[in-house]
Design a protein around this ligand. Structure first.
Ligand code: NAD
Length: 480
């Protein structure tokens, strides 16, 4: 039976003002998994009304009560793990392994947000007048507009609202059209069931054809004070432009073209396993996925042989099968897009070491290429699928130059047994995140997460995330 979900506004499930709905399709079966309400501008305004009305009371709730609620929500999310596994497979083809990791990390994001609630929120400042007092106080901003993607829906949906809410703001969340439940309504249910007051978290789902109008209406609303968006660089530019036009700060977490550098002193077993994980986890549909494997020429032959054998053996198919590593992509359109990138590279002279070939519906084979050059679309374009490019280098300088030869700057992995050498290379790579002796994928909620260059700006995580969703006020007390 198909699930139907309405919008979540002011704690109530409400249909769209004009009654429209949109299908949420299972990419593996091609069947309709759910239908959701398709919001228009009136619904967006209703959601902001609710968030704005809830703000003063929520901001005044004791931090200890806010902390307890977020901790209860984390436990509830853990208890609903199996429901999340079904949703993630049904909406976006996520494997069970990936879904369980999503639950684990999303629950930890809630716990980290809970911990942030009782951290000090200000400083005492020097004051000009004798006996006077100056305070710098961090306070919530009001209504936050949040946009979440489908690829790690529980993690990135939760990230979009957890810290803003913990800081005392209220939120209007626009989940991805490819995972409206897992990146939005399912999470909001968890928070609601944990006792979140009505209006603190509102969810507007939409028809993809209305995305631009919905986003613009939300960002333009004068009651919205900060925007966060996780998605592609292309749409990030549009969201950032709207935010700038309305003078609203934005956290933009965008695309990547991440390198995994394998230095010549790497432990090869570790390098092969780590690289396979970093490239192919969630079929390469992670912003931090390794698109490019840069391997020292001294070890390139052995690394390549072992890596290609491993990739060719990765189980592919039904996301519900617990063994599956390469599940379907989010939709057949995405599989065709990835296939076109591979075809373009092959036609222009690249060598396919494993994989390639046409997709089967939304399933694209795990693919490794070499000989990819700048005139091929894959050289600079984000694959966002189970595809990586192998290149060699002869020196650390050359590895750094190749890693930096991209408009993106999200993350990088440097696999080496030599920590000093790894850190030296890490400091020269222009990305927001670097993992030494590891691959490129890693997210921990206490750490500053975000990119440089076209991968966006602003940070989620830790105190950096709190700063993004609070404003600092200067308050003075004069003596008489
Ligand atoms: P996307 O940018 O294609 O879509 C994001 C959302 O943008 C959609 O849900 C859609 O509603 C909205 N949108 C589309 N057109 C719009 C328009 N004209 N105006 C306003 N909104 C519009 O991204 P996606 O497919 O959901 O996610 C994949 C991308 O996200 C990849 O590039 C990936 O690297 C990136 N990503 C980044 C991070 C990070 O933390 N840096 C994390 C996950 C994904």
């Amino acid at each position: 039976m198909t699930i139907h979900r309405d919008l979540l506004i002011a704690g109530d499930d409400v249909p769209a003002a004009d009654g429209r709905t949109v299908d949420d399709v299972n990419p593996f079966t091609g069947e309709v998994f759910a239908t959701v309400a398709a919001a228009g501008p009136k619904d967006v305004t209703r959601a902001v009304d609710a968030a704005d009305a809830a703000f003063p009371d929520w901001a005044a709730v004791s931090p200890f009560a806010r902390r307890k609620l977020l901790l209860d929500a984390a436990d509830l999310l853990d208890q609903r793990a199996e429901q999340a596994v079904e949703l993630m497979a049904g909406e976006a083809g996520g494997t069970a392994r990936w879904a369980r990791f999503n639950v684990f990390l999303a629950a930890n994001i809630l716990r980290e947000a809970a911990a942030s609630v009782t951290a000090p929120r200000g400083e005492v400042l020097a004051a000009q007048e004798e006996g006077a007092l100056g305070l710098a106080v961090r306070e919530p901003v009001g209504v936050v507009a949040a946009f979440a993607p489908w690829n790690a829906p529980l993690i990135l949906g939760t990230r979009a609202f957890a810290t803003p809410i913990a800081a005392g703001n209220t939120v209007v969340l626009k989940p991805s059209e490819d995972a409206p439940l897992a990146s939005g309504l399912f999470l909001a249910d968890v928070l609601r069931d944990a006792g979140l007051p009505a209006g603190v978290l509102n969810v507007v789902t939409n028809d993809p054809r209305d995305a631009a109008e919905v986003a613009e209406t939300l960002i333009a609303d004068p009651r919205v004070r900060v925007v966060n968006f996780t998605g592609s660089t292309e749409v990030g530019r549009i969201i950032g432009t709207h935010a700038a036009r309305h003078l609203k700060p934005a956290v933009l977490e965008l695309g990547g073209k991440n390198a995994i550098i394998v230095l010549d002193d790497a432990d090869l077993d570790h390098a092969v396993n780590a690289a396979a994980f970093g490239v192919f986890m969630n079929s390469g549909q992670i912003c931090m996925s390794g698109d490019r494997l840069l391997v020292h020429e001294k070890i390139a032959d052995e690394f390549t042989a072992r890596f290609v054998t491993k990739v060719a053996s990765l189980p592919a198919g039904d996301p519900a099968d617990p063994e599956t590593v390469i599940g379907p992509l989010v939709n057949t359109r995405s599989a065709q897009r990835v296939a076109a990138l591979v075809r373009d590279a092959r036609d222009k002279g690249a060598t396919v070491l494993t994989g390639g070939g046409e997709p089967d519906g939304a399933l694209h084979p795990a693919t490794v290429l070499t000989g990819v050059t700048p005139e091929m679309d894959l050289h600079y374009g984000e694959a966002f699928g189970p595809v990586c490019v192998l290149e060699t280098f002869a020196s650390d300088d050359e590895a750094v130059a190749k890693a930096n030869d991209t408009e993106h700057g999200l993350t990088c992995g440097i696999i080496t047994e030599n920590g000093t050498r790894g850190l030296t290379v890490a400091r020269r790579v222009r990305t927001g995140i670097v993992h030494v002796n590891d691959q490129s994928v890693g997210d921990e909620p206490q750490a500053p997460f975000g990119g440089v260059k076209s991968s966006g700006y602003g940070r989620f995580g830790g105190r950096w995330g709190v700063e993004a969703f609070t404003t600092t006020r200067w308050i003075t007390l004069a003596t008489t």
